[in-house]
Design a protein around this ligand. Structure first.
Ligand code: ZN
Length: 622
């Protein structure tokens, strides 16, 4: 055994009961005989002893005893060649290893700081002035903070201040903090530019304070302020959901922006009970409840605008995990022209779907595909003084003047069924059912259409044909479907290329092939792609655009439904006789027009059986 190399990671894995000592010895023996050096973490995963995730967790927990290079290697964040290269530069230029890795572009600064924080066993924090416990700023001047480059952040359960620094072993900073807090403090690590910006904001705040509002209380509860800041930042960064997730040692804060989760920062784990109590108070939840999942709603005012937030609290092994969905963005109501339908499609949608006085219109897609936005834009278009529009929604997501909107509320007995019974007695022209979720609601929609109403609803299906098939599967008589359903719309959201960092780009033949496109078909077009910048959170995308599949039923399609034809046959009829463009085809036209990328289309749209040549797609999507 003595000739085997030792491994801090290996020891930690054994200590955690993830590996047996025999498994460790086996893995180390394999490592020794490999020609190409390989991290132990990778070997034990390959051997099936554990998962990558567990290795990362153990590295995080035991990181304090490990060297940075070792830690990054074990996680596969850098290669051994990259490490060697950085070590050379480190010696030549007398840098820290982390600095060398960042300078070489092998690692970004954020990942480096996160790992350094994990290595030291402290949280990674991106401070903002609004998140800071104001009592900690009392008596501190911006000049002093600027000199020593740190900011106090919050207090833990025992009232000990947590201070954010950008470097752990900086002598003068450490000494200043030591003196200030008499040795009683905890550290967190954060990026230098965020620390500098916070100090800058503190200075402007103080200057403004002197001018107008001397009375502003610095005693305002810091947790109230922290939670408000978390929500405000989410709204400012255009998040649809805010995730506050307890991990084993920190609280992870993430935002979903343009459909993708973006890691924001860690918060000290000690804050969890106070954050959850505060959020529960805001949402009118039971504060004493810690054993059961619960939900609630928060009305939040941000810059004079009201936002409706929906809270879900999920009990996890590490504590209460909170997700806030941001609803009721009044700015979310957009005109039909801005939805992303091409001109030909929009003309047909207006004249053949929206302007038709009766029938059922279904808008389909998975959660988060933007169907509610399309629904509301359509209603906005139909919202005239001579039409009565009435809704049954679960819940009302946007409030539109002139509409009679009702939120379903099961708890007090205002159920979907009870609401549907009453809705037709209100003498409406247009009925909106938030969602068709079962046979009862489907039948209600069809009944209402048969009695001369126009009915709009959403439906969870993959595409337009899927919507028709679901109705058939619900045992609705096919003649009822074919005589009432006038149109099915399906959609997906594609991320828009960020205009600030877009650069010319040539799609690879492999990428094109995965979409069934031949390179020759697109040779004449210029493509672009975002390189990633501050403006787009380094994703290369900002905002989203919808791609659509608009099915308007004609006699051939109705006949196919009556005969209960198979989905393939119905789709073929739709494509050939109604000129149906699939979401993927519509997406491809948007790539060629410079709105989005092939990888977005591939990621977000279902495969198309009947794909047209690119030239034909372009001609049909003008
Ligand atoms: Zn950008």
């Amino acid at each position: 055994m003595t000739d085997l190399p030792t491994s801090k990671l290996g020891e930690a894995l054994v200590k955690e009961g993830i590996l047996t000592p025999e498994q460790l010895a086996h893995a180390l023996r394999i490592q020794k005989y490999l020609e190409q050096p390989k991290p132990l973490g990778a070997i034990v995963v390959e051997l099936g002893y554990t998962t990558k995730r567990r290795v990362a967790e153990v590295l995080k927990k035991y990181g304090s005893g490990m060297r940075l290079g070792e830690m990054l290697l074990e996680q596969g964040l850098i290669t051994s060649e990259g490490l060697e290269q950085a070590l050379r530069i480190q010696k030549e230029q007398n840098l820290k290893l982390g600095e060398a890795l960042v300078q070489l572009g092998i690692l970004n600064e954020r990942t480096l700081l996160q790992n350094l924080a994990h290595q030291a066993g402290i949280p990674y924090v991106e401070p903002q002035l609004g998140m800071i416990d104001p009592t900690l700023l009392t008596g501190l001047s911006p000049e002093y903070l600027e000199k020593y480059l740190f900011v106090p952040f919050t207090r833990d359960d025992e009232g000990t201040p947590v201070v954010v620094v950008h470097e752990l072993n900086e002598q003068t900073t450490s000494q200043a903090i030591q003196d200030l807090y008499k040795g009683r403090y905890k550290l967190a690590l954060g990026p230098l530019d965020a620390i500098k910006q916070t100090i800058q904001d503190f200075r402007s705040f103080k200057q403004n304070l002197g001018k107008k509002d001397k009375q502003r209380s610095v005693e305002e509860d810091s947790i109230v302020q922290l939670v408000n800041q978390i929500i405000s930042t989410g709204i400012d960064e255009r998040a649809s959901d805010i995730h506050i997730e307890p991990m084993s040692d920190v609280i992870r804060l993430r935002y979903r922006v343009d459909g993708v989760l973006v890691y924001k920062m860690d918060l000290p784990k000690d804050l969890l009970p106070r954050i959850s109590s505060r959020i529960k108070i805001m949402a009118d939840c039971n504060i004493a409840e810690h054993q059961h999942h619960q939900g609630g709603r928060i009305l939040f005012n941000h810059r004079g605008q009201d936002f409706d937030l929906r809270l879900s609290i999920y009990i996890t092994v590490h504590g209460e995990c909170m997700v806030l969905r941001i609803l009721n963005k009044q700015t979310g109501l957009i005109d039909l022209e801005e939805l992303g339908m091409n001109r030909l499609m929009l003309d047909r949608y207006r004249t053949e779907v929206l302007d038709t006085p009766t029938g059922v219109v279904l808008i389909t897609g998975p959660t988060g595909s933007g169907k509610t936005t399309t629904l509301y834009s359509s209603l906005h278009y139909c919202n005239t003084v001579d039409r009565k529009i009435i809704t049954a929604e679960d819940p009302v997501e946007y409030m539109i003047d002139g509409l009679i909107q009702c939120s379903i509320y099961d708890k007090i007995g205002r159920t979907f069924e009870a609401t549907l019974r009453e809705i037709v007695r209100q003498d409406p022209d247009i009925i909106v059912l938030g969602e068709i979720r079962d046979k009862t609601s489907a039948e209600t929609a069809i009944q209402a259409a048969l009695t001369g109403h126009k009915v709009y609803s959403t439906f969870h299906t993959e595409d337009t044909i899927g919507g028709l098939l679901r109705l058939i599967d619900m045992d609705i008589e096919t003649f009822l479907i074919s005589s009432t359903v006038i149109s099915v719309v399906a959609q997906r959201l594609l991320r828009r290329i960020c205009d600030q960092c877009a650069a010319p780009y040539t799609p690879s033949p492999v990428e094109l092939d995965r979409l069934g496109i031949k390179p020759a078909e697109v040779r004449e077009f210029d493509f672009r792609k975002g390189k990633g910048c501050k403006h787009c959170n380094h994703t290369g995308y900002r905002g989203r655009i919808a791609c659509y599949e608009l099915l308007i039923l004609n006699e051939d399609v109705k006949e196919a439904i009556l005969q209960k034809r198979a989905s393939y046959a119905i789709r073929q009829i739709c494509v050939e006789s109604t000129g149906l463009i699939s979401m993927r085809e519509d997406g491809i036209s948007k790539v060629i027009r410079g709105d989005t990328t092939f990888s977005e289309v591939l990621r977000s749209t279902p495969r198309t059986v009947f794909m047209r040549p690119v030239q034909q797609i372009l001609a049909m999507t003008q």
